[in-house]
Design a protein around this ligand. Structure first.
Ligand code: HEM
Length: 519
């Protein structure tokens, strides 16, 4: 009898919550999937499935510019919303979703810090280490790694007929390059995965960890059920990763003490952050914060740059006219590969920048929806008042494929970014909706470095090699649009979106019989 009463009471409670959320809740008037309007299980399901960005596109196609995808969550698709939610004056802060990272990480990194004042303190310090001036200092280390990376494609063991190499999975290859690059950038030493790819295994574990973390962020109660431990081993993966970075960080600290004593040049991000922790005039990072921050940088910097470059290559190779135009630009701008570094000549490569921007627009690497919580007093988005406490956001794929801002939004067209007198307004409208790095005070602090890496990598790759894409067994005869659809069906959105491929063969490019790479 008592059990019956308990069950009835629970059912009555659940029913009243459902009725409230569907009819009386302040967001009840907004459309969205029934399950999403009732419970965050909807988001958890898509986070675990890894198709969250695809689902957001489908939801906006079905319901329009505003979608209620969680009981207390709204997704928007306009430039007005982008500014109101993420802009410099926005009355929002990072949502509680970000707090859940501290369930797994001992100290909140800048990315996981939700308090606005604390976030801006950390961000100011981080920005010093990632300034344009410092980026030039780190570039030398990166170019050395890039040379080792490029050599892999002409290794005699990987050669087949006609001077072509075997096919390489560029998602994997670029992951090795960028993992090592982040080691050198953050800690002044490569992780050595280009020599021993097993050393990058930890990146896949961390991504799986993030899949669980992404889900738990939507329903923190799941952390207590320990479901993530069974399914995605989030705690273990993140801990393993933290320990890995912490041991390197500790080694760095020892080296730093010697460097500071001997007045040596500060040459990696860790050096700069450590030096600020010693300064009496600013509240620098504490040692635990320093460890947490460097762990964050390696994770945020590896998968994003590697995945974006792989996406850009995928689009270029499926649009032969684009890769021809880009290759011509690179090979006519530079006369030898050693000239390809940040400077006037690289900056003059306008088509290169357009190809990168277009790749990031069409295939943004950050999936899902970056949630911000509305502050006291609410905000107005496109004329609608959204009350305090609601989680709001603009999914990258939704806004950057919105036909209101981009003609033929599903097509890869670098030309759309090339300004001319007759299309200045179009370029301006496209720019306003362009947000692969996020915007405002919580946007990407590593953007300058990411762009340097991407420009130099693409330019050196196309200068030195001719490239040929190898179709997989299920890809024969498909159009570029169909290939993109297939790639996205196979992708995984674990906060950052990952893919396989493109699979590419390489051949040393020649000019007058001489190999270009040796020029
Ligand atoms: C193509 C490459 C990249 C893309 C598209 C990208 C994109 C983004 C985006 C969209 C955010 C906002 C995330 C959020 O609100 O949750 C972000 C934040 C961040 N990114 Fe990047 N990122 C890239 C590369 C990098 C690199 C190379 C680094 C490190 C050097 C980096 C460091 C960070 C950090 C530290 C944050 C947190 C900023 C904060 O909370 O204030 N990113 N990035």
């Amino acid at each position: 009898m008592e059990t019956l009463i308990l069950v009835t009471a629970i059912l009555a409670l659940v029913l009243s919550v459902i009725i409230y959320r569907l009819s009386l809740h302040p967001l009840a008037k907004y459309p969205g999937p029934l399950l999403g309007r009732i419970t965050d299980c909807y988001s958890v399901y898509h986070c675990l499935k890894g198709d969250r960005y695809l689902d957001f596109m489908e939801l906006h196609n079905r319901y329009g510019n505003i979608v209620r995808y969680g009981p207390n969550r709204l997704s928007f698709s306009t430039v007005g919303a982008l500014q109101a939610i993420y802009g410099p004056q926005a009355n929002t802060k990072k949502s509680h979703w970000y707090d859940n990272m501290t369930l797994f990480m001992k100290v909140a990194s800048t990315h996981a810090t939700t308090d606005k004042i604390e976030h801006s303190r950390k961000r100011r310090i981080l920005a010093q280490a990632l300034s344009d001036r410092m980026v030039h200092v780190y570039e030398d280390g990166f170019r050395n790694l890039l040379t080792a990376f490029l050599r892999r494609f002409s290794d005699p063991t990987s050669q087949t007929e006609g001077g072509w190499s075997t096919a390489f999975d560029m998602s994997e290859e670029l992951m090795l390059l960028n993992f090592d690059s982040m080691g050198s950038f953050c800690f002044g030493e490569s992780f050595g995965s280009l020599q021993n790819p097993r050393k990058a295994d930890i990146t896949e574990k961390t991504l799986e960890g993030f899949r669980g973390l992404n889900a738990i962020g939507h329903m923190p109660g799941l952390a207590w059920l320990k479901l993530d431990a069974l399914a995605f081993r989030t705690s273990r993966a993140i801990k393993e990763y933290e320990d890995h970075a912490a041991s390197i960080a500790d080694r760095c600290i020892q080296k730093m003490d010697a460097k500071l004593r001997q007045g040596e040049r500060l040459s990696c991000v860790f050096d700069i952050l450590y030096a600020t922790s010693e300064r009496p005039d600013i509240e620098g990072f504490t040692l635990p914060e320093l460890r947490s921050e460097s762990t964050l940088l390696v994770t945020t910097g590896t998968d994003t740059v590697a995945g974006t470059l792989a996406n850009i290559l995928f689009h270029l190779l499926n649009h032969p006219q684009c890769i021809v135009q880009l290759t011509t630009e690179v090979r006519t701008t530079f006369s030898n590969i050693g000239e390809i570094y940040t400077g006037k000549a690289l900056n003059s490569c306008k088509y290169l920048v357009a190809c990168i921007d277009e790749g990031m627009r069409l295939s943004s690497i950050v999936g899902g929806c970056l949630m911000r919580e509305v502050g006291p007093g609410g905000i107005t988005v496109d004329g609608r008042v959204i009350p305090a406490g609601v989680d709001v956001g603009v999914p990258h794929h939704v806004i950057m494929r919105n036909s209101r801002y981009y003609d033929n939004p599903l097509e890869y067209q670098p030309e759309r970014w090339m300004s001319a007198e007759d299309n200045a307004d179009k370029v301006k409208a496209a720019r306003a909706a362009f947000c692969p790095f996020g915007i405002g005070p919580t946007g990407c602090v590593g953007k300058a470095w990411a762009l340097v890496e991407m420009k130099i990598t693409l330019a050196q790759l196309l200068f030195r090699y001719d490239l040929q894409i190898i179709a997989q067994s299920d890809e024969g005869g498909l159009s570029a649009a169909q290939l993109l659809q297939l790639r996205e069906e196979k992708s995984l959105d674990r906060f950052v979106i990952t893919n396989k491929g493109p699979f590419v063969r390489f051949r040393e490019a020649k000019v007058d019989g001489a190999v270009r790479g040796s020029m």
